[in-house]
Design a protein around this ligand. Structure first.
Ligand code: NDP
Length: 453
């Protein structure tokens, strides 16, 4: 680690104690940028990176709500408005019991670089709550969302801050949140993305993150004159990103073998086909059941219960060509990365945010496999949110093919931007450095133009 990076990290840790995910995300970016800052002392003297690390605004608030038994419940709500140098704050809301300030700051920080890579004018933000939607009735989720928005609405707006979904926030939650915003603000605007199709949503938005992660993998493979056709793929998670990753993999002739949730994972050696995927979508999006039911429905599959006491995640021990981690942060550690390399994985495209820990990333990079970091590989979701904002401003709806065409082009451009930046700074083949550098330069230049604000 360079002297500059270690001094910076010391400050970050002292100023933001007990936020390990935030430290991890900042350190990775700082290491990538060390050479850029050496070659461009103007960024260092304007303290651009130091400013990017400090959120422009952090909002924390109480979210009280009544459960179905008539008992009062209290959760904590957050919105991190990280950086608005290139556009309004943009980034999802996560509802999960693990949510805390440090996790949301890491996600908001990553979002700044990701949004910059999409080529669209969007700043970075993230928010959410430690509320757990699992096991709650629709009415409880509605009451929670209404209470959450009763505070959040005063901080957001179509030209200020535009939230979207993330873990635990899908179409149902966005609907309840939008309804309450509209009621309080007395206006119908594109203040949230991921909306329903008949009230301002965009075609392809639900599919976009998963499709985008697959398009990114296809671009990486094309640099080696290879394609996804016939590839065996490991996919983790079974939510929005995992489902549409599987859908696009099947369409491109690849074979998804695994899916998971926090209870465990299934391995289907015959492959998850369209019919089995339809079962998963109904199971997860309608019946809100557990992935273990897949193995009860399809005898070709084996279910393995998650075991937190293990030093690895057995999902990553199966033989495959490609991997699409699509559940959550730090789900691949060094042991997992090692077994993936031993079992033939040649390409990893991160649908989730920071699913590989720092030691795992190092192993992938040292092995020289194609490794697409989340801030590039999963940028398709927020990019399509940007397209939803454009359609809302124009008061138009583009057809499916048009949005998918934009998504494909954007993922191609994100890939090219990573390659170009990595080559310009002598890091050819390193998509981590490429994404961090390309994302940084656009934001840094805008911040230089706008003065010390
Ligand atoms: P969903 O809530 O739809 O699905 C999340 C999936 O991951 C579920 O299967 C869930 O299982 C599993 N999961 C979540 N947390 C854990 C955990 N701690 N341990 C084990 N499994 C877990 O979320 P998304 O698919 O939207 O998001 C998945 C990832 O993709 C996240 O990292 C998110 O930040 C990222 N992402 C999402 C985007 C989007 O457009 N939705 C855009 C860009 C990135 P269970 O139900 O049991 O909790």
């Amino acid at each position: 680690m360079s002297e500059y990076v270690s001094a910076l990290m010391e400050q970050v840790k002292a100023k933001n104690p007990a936020e390990p995910e935030f430290h991890q995300a900042v350190q990775e970016v700082a290491e990538s940028l060390a050479l850029v800052l050496d070659r461009h002392p103007e960024y260092r003297s304007a303290r651009i990176l130091e400013r990017i690390i400090e959120p422009e605004r952090v909002i924390m608030f109480r979210v009280p709500w009544m459960d179905d038994r008539g008992e009062a419940q209290i959760n904590r709500g957050f919105r991190i408005e990280m950086n608005s140098a290139i556009g309004p704050y943009k980034g999802g809301l996560r509802f999960h019991p693990s949510v805390n300030l440090g996790i949301l700051k890491f996600l908001a920080f990553e979002q700044v670089f990701k949004n910059s890579l999409t080529t669209l004018p969007m700043g970075g933000g993230k928010g959410g709550s430690d509320f757990n939607p699992k096991g709650k009735s629709d009415n409880e989720v509605m009451r929670f969302c209404q209470s959450f928005m009763s505070e959040l609405f005063r901080h957001i707006g179509p030209n200020t801050d535009v939230p979207a979904g993330d873990i635990g926030v899908g179409g149902r939650e966005v609907g309840f949140l939008f309804g309450q915003y509209k009621r309080l603000a007395n206006e119908f605007t594109g203040v949230l993305t991921g909306k329903g199709l008949n009230w301002g949503g965009s075609l392809i938005r639900p599919e976009a993150t998963g499709y985008g992660a697959v398009y990114f993998a296809a671009e990486m493979l094309a640099t080696k004159h290879d394609s996804l056709d016939g590839k065996m793929c490991l996919v983790s998670g079974s939510g929005n990103v995992a489902q549409y990753t599987c859908e696009k993999l099947i369409e491109l002739g690849a074979k998804p073998l695994t899916l998971s949730d926090s209870g465990g994972h299934i391995l289907d050696e015959e492959g998850i086909d369209r019919e089995k995927l339809a079962f998963v979508m109904d199971l997860k999006n309608v019946r809100r059941g557990r992935i273990s039911e897949y193995a009860e429905q399809f005898p070709t599959a084996v279910y393995t219960v998650a075991d937190g006491s293990l030093d690895h995640n057995p999902l990553w021990s199966h033989s495959a060509d490609c991997a699409f981690p699509s559940a959550t942060q730090n789900e691949i550690n060094a042991n997992d990365a090692k077994s993936m390399l031993e079992n033939g994985v040649k390409a990893v495209s991160e649908g989730a945010n920071m699913p590989t820990d720092a030691a795992g990333v190092e192993l992938f990079l040292d092995a020289g496999i194609l490794f697409g970091p989340g801030k590039a590989a999963n940028a398709g979701g927020v990019a399509t949110s940007g397209l939803e904002m454009s359609q809302n401003s124009l008061r138009m709806n583009w057809p499916r093919e048009e949005v998918d065409g934009h998504l494909r082009r954007i993922m191609k451009d994100v890939h090219s931007a990573c390659v170009a930046a990595s080559e310009r700074f002598d890091r050819k083949g390193n998509y981590v450095d490429g994404a961090n550098i390309a994302g940084f330069l656009k934001v840094a230049d805008a911040m230089m133009d706008q003065g010390v604000v």
